[in-house]
Design a protein around this ligand. Structure first.
Ligand SMILES: Nc1ncnc2c1ncn2[C@@H]1O[C@H](COP(=O)(O)OP(=O)(O)OP(=O)(O)O)[C@@H](O)[C@H]1O
Ligand SMILES: [Mg+2]
Length: 341
């Protein structure tokens, strides 16, 4: 019976079962086919990500899988890249990173990058090896928070991430721009490619945790991360405002629709401690319980509004921050990741 490759099949499975299809994928412009992670999407998804026509690709794949000649394939096309990012996904990270967790929220400005940064710092303080992949390609803020400047170099094993004062490995789009204020004006497929390259082309070495900071919303970057990277799960960040909660619920539904795991929830800007020690709920009462019920996942911590945070972020010294809520975040995070496995 003739082999049939369909649009919903996973690229990795197709290539593993029918190695002769590798050339077809590459000839149609899917350079990530050989990469352990980049190929974990469907044939249709890969075609969509790389703006390719699905029908001709499927026809050629089926010809190759059935031992028929495939003519007119283009030579392998390199992945589109931003300035300075070396080409080709090395895929060398497979197996070396124990946990991959994305930090998400439907809402902008609720503290995703802060929670990513603080979690990384807290894990690092517990002696773990930690990296941060800044998946916010058009609005990266991680490097500034850590006071990191410079351009990553290409080493023998791939792009070498920059390293923070305390040893956290970080990669962010801003590191590849001639000026930090230059805008990245890219459409979805380019953003998806950049994120995949940050995963596959970067020499992360051995890590206990790789945290991925995502932009707000439910569009290209979160989709790419959810569908292409081997996530343990996601941490959802919200603030007590009802408006934030509504938008965050969209994000929760997206994760659930894509069959991702919600490891836990962080409520940021939950209260402000006044000079007399009282806690003022600036944005209204906590919505933490609602989030826990909606997600079925634990509340990892409630972070206060702390002027010290903003000051340290602006100065690039976030690694100097300390607070009890912050310690709780690391401890609960580690437990929750173990539970989510
Ligand atoms: N708990 C807090 N106390 C004081 N300042 C905070 C707190 N949380 C965040 N901030 C400040 O608010 C700003 C936005 O935070 P952050 O960049 O982490 O949000 P975000 O959700 O990642 O935003 P974006 O949607 O733009 O990516 C930052 O300047 C940060 O310093
Ligand atoms: Mg951010």
């Amino acid at each position: 019976m003739a082999v049939e490759i369909t649009a919903d099949m996973i690229i990795h499975d197709v290539v593993t079962k029918y190695p002769q299809t590798l050339k077809v994928f590459q000839g149609h412009g899917l350079p990530c086919t050989a990469c352990e992670v980049g190929s974990r999407e469907s044939v249709a998804g890969g075609a969509r990500t790389h703006s390719l026509q699905l029908e001709p690709l499927l026809a050629d794949l089926n010809r190759a899988a059935n031992g028929e000649p495939v003519v007119g394939l283009k030579p392998e096309r390199k992945m589109p890249t931003g300035k300075g990012i070396p080409l080709q996904m090395a895929g060398q990270t497979g197996g070396k990173i124990r946990h991959v967790v994305a930090v998400m929220s439907g809402k902008g400005g609720v503290g995703k990058s802060l929670v990513t940064g603080l979690t990384a710092i807290a894990l690092q303080r517990q002696g773990m090896k930690v990296g941060i992949l800044d998946g916010d390609i058009t609005g990266p803020s991680i490097a500034r928070m850590f006071g990191i400047k410079g351009n990553p170099e290409k080493g023998a094993e791939g792009i070498e991430p920059l390293v923070s004062k305390t040893g956290i490995k970080i990669i962010s789009m801003n590191m590849f721009l001639p000026n930090a204020t230059d805008p990245v004006i890219w459409r979805g497929p380019m953003i998806a490619s950049a994120i995949k390259q940050f995963w596959g082309d970067v020499d992360w070495g051995r890590l206990d945790y790789l945290l991925i900071d995502l932009p707000p919303g439910t569009s290209d970057a979160p989709m790419t991360v959810m569908q292409s990277l081997p996530l343990d799960g996601v941490v959802i960040v919200s603030s007590p405002q009802l408006l934030a909660l509504d938008v965050v619920k969209k994000c929760i539904k997206m994760v659930q629709t894509l069959k991702g795991k919600i490891i836990g929830v962080v409520e940021n800007m939950a209260y402000l401690t006044l000079p007399d020690g009282q806690q003022m709920e600036v944005y209204g009462p906590s919505q933490g319980t609602d989030l826990v019920v909606t997600t079925g996942s634990p509340l990892l911590t409630q972070l206060p509004i702390d002027p010290q945070i903003a000051k340290l972020c602006d100065a690039g010294d976030i690694e100097d921050y300390d607070s009890p809520a912050f310690t709780a975040l690391a401890n609960n995070f580690i437990k929750a990741v173990k539970l989510a496995r």
